[in-house]
Write a protein that binds this ligand. Structure first.
Ligand code: SIN
Length: 484
């Protein structure tokens, strides 16, 4: 199946060894396209998780003592290996996650770009010398790695959400334990195999596989050795982690749910807005935290935009991710399809108009038709919850103040999108939107060089860019006295 068969790993990676669970328990990893079992991986228990934490703790002093340039060299090797194995990694990702191969290839390159970026940032972690408040003193601010980091990552981006956390942590001098989603551990294990080849010392990077995320989370949260938890996933779980981190006062970064408004003004380039909506809405079958969730279109152009987006939605090919012509793969599981069905049914029951799609797809139990609904009202469930499926939901607005107020009327604040050709508006509206990220005249904002993250209940902290490094660094103040 893979060109390098060794990349299909069926054991966890702890302290430089490929290990099974102490209990011997394993769980199956399945293909969401057809439910077929791909392989089994160890179901690590609390004792195993503890061993991984001990390994990371033991590896920390030597790893953090290396020069930044030495750490960067290993990161660059890892980056090169990831790119050299792009095709195998993409195939593994498609098999366990479902996304079309072309998107998986794109994600592998996106994942590698975080490793490259942070390899370059590693030697540029500067502290400060601060003008002192007394003549016999000198004041320094040193930057030091926070310590052992736990990276808890989701199934929708099985590679990029790992490297976005792990690359800056390793660059800063931290050691890491990665807990991938139980749905997509194979990509994580393949990345670990390549990190092993790159030459990271034992214990610096560990991957724990478990079907019991809550039990693993409990061990991670209660361990004083883990100094930082970085999580991407639901707001519900993020809140649990934030509460759980309080007892040992850990640093926490959270990238949580979104409810992205996608605002199209009447001066917008409508063709560009339609293409932006397709890119933002249907990427990964609508299963990203930054997908357009609420599409607001000015009433003067609403019908034209809706007709054009309906036409584009109908062109999307649904099929298994391994089929090169697929644009929309399966959703991650049947529960995801049931949620989409519920949201569409609620909207239709409350008066929304179905323009296309609206049902499960004939491809199979995890597929849903690319769908477009118009006439949505703000109170409908589909505008209140993250859809996480291939459904566009459109409403109209009359003026700028109104749409800003409605767009901000949510507890989420991850990504927002605005389409306008008016210069002043392209500044004014992003400034007024209560979101961590705003795309103006683009539906694609993700890149390693920009700070990714949310406000309100969408999260804490930023990933990628120069800001992404700060999340893994402590600032230590040193006061030198007696300098006459
Ligand atoms: C996410 O959905 O959590 C991340 C999406 C991205 O990086 O573009």
């Amino acid at each position: 199946m893979l060109a390098v068969e060794d990349l299909l790993r069926d054991n966890a990676f702890v302290n430089g060894h490929w290990v099974s669970a102490d209990s011997g328990d394993r769980f199956a990893v399945t293909n969401p396209a057809d439910g077929a079992e791909l392989t089994t991986v160890p179901d690590l228990g609390p004792k195993d998780v503890d061993s991984a934490i001990n390994a990371a703790e033991a590896a920390f002093p030597a790893w953090s003592a290396r020069t930044a340039a030495q750490r960067a060299t290993l990161l660059r090797r890892w980056h090169d290996l990831v790119l050299a194995n792009e095709e195998d990694l993409a195939l593994l990702m498609t098999l366990e996650q479902g996304k079309p191969l072309k998107e998986s290839r794109g994600e592998i390159r996106y994942a590698a770009s975080f490793i490259a970026w942070f390899a370059e940032e590693a030697p540029r972690v500067y502290g400060d010398i601060i003008p002192p408040h007394m003549t016999d003193k000198r004041i320094l601010a040193l930057k030091q790695p926070v310590g052992v980091v736990a990276a808890i990552t989701p199934w929708n981006f099985p590679a990029a959400m790992i490297t976005r956390k792990v690359a800056p942590a390793l660059a800063a001098g931290c050691t890491v334990i990665i807990k991938p989603s139980e749905f997509t551990p194979l990509t994580a294990l393949a990345l670990a195999r390549l990190a092993e080849d790159a030459g990271f010392p034992a214990g610096v990077l560990n991957v724990i596989t478990t079907a019991d995320a809550a039990a693993a989370g409990e061990v991670i949260l209660s361990s004083p050795a883990v100094r930082k938890v970085s999580f991407t996933g639901s707001t519900r779980v993020g809140k649990l982690l934030l509460r759980g981190a309080a007892d040992t006062v850990k640093r926490v970064s959270l990238e949580l749910g979104g409810n992205a408004p996608f605002i199209v003004f009447d001066d917008a380039d409508l063709e560009a807005a339609v293409e932006g909506a397709v890119a933002s809405k249907y990427r990964n079958a609508g299963q990203t935290c930054v997908c357009a969730n609420r599409i607001y279109v000015h009433e003067r152009v609403a019908e034209e935009f809706t007709v054009r987006l309906t036409g584009r939605t109908r062109t999307l090919q649904v099929g298994p991710g391994v089929d090169e012509s697929s644009d929309i793969g399966p959703l991650i599981n049947e529960a995801a399809v049931a949620k989409v069905e519920r949201l569409v049914a609620d909207a239709r029951d409350r008066g929304a108009t179905l323009r296309t799609g609206g049902s499960r797809h004939a491809m199979g139990r995890t597929y849903y038709e690319p769908t477009l609904l118009s006439g949505i009202e703000d109170g409908m469930d589909i505008f209140q919850e993250e859809i996480f499926g291939p459904v566009s939901a459109i409403t109209t607005f009359r003026d700028e103040d109104e749409v800003i107020r409605r767009a901000n009327d949510t507890r989420y604040g991850l990504a927002a999108y605005v389409y306008t050709r008016e210069n002043a508006r392209s500044w004014r509206v992003p400034e007024a939107l209560e979101y961590g990220m705003v795309g103006v005249n683009t539906g694609m904002i993700s890149t390693a060089v920009a700070p990714f993250g949310g406000v309100k209940e969408s999260g804490i902290g930023r990933e990628g860019s120069k800001y992404g490094m700060d999340e893994y660094l402590e600032t230590k103040y040193v006061c030198l006295g007696g300098i006459e």
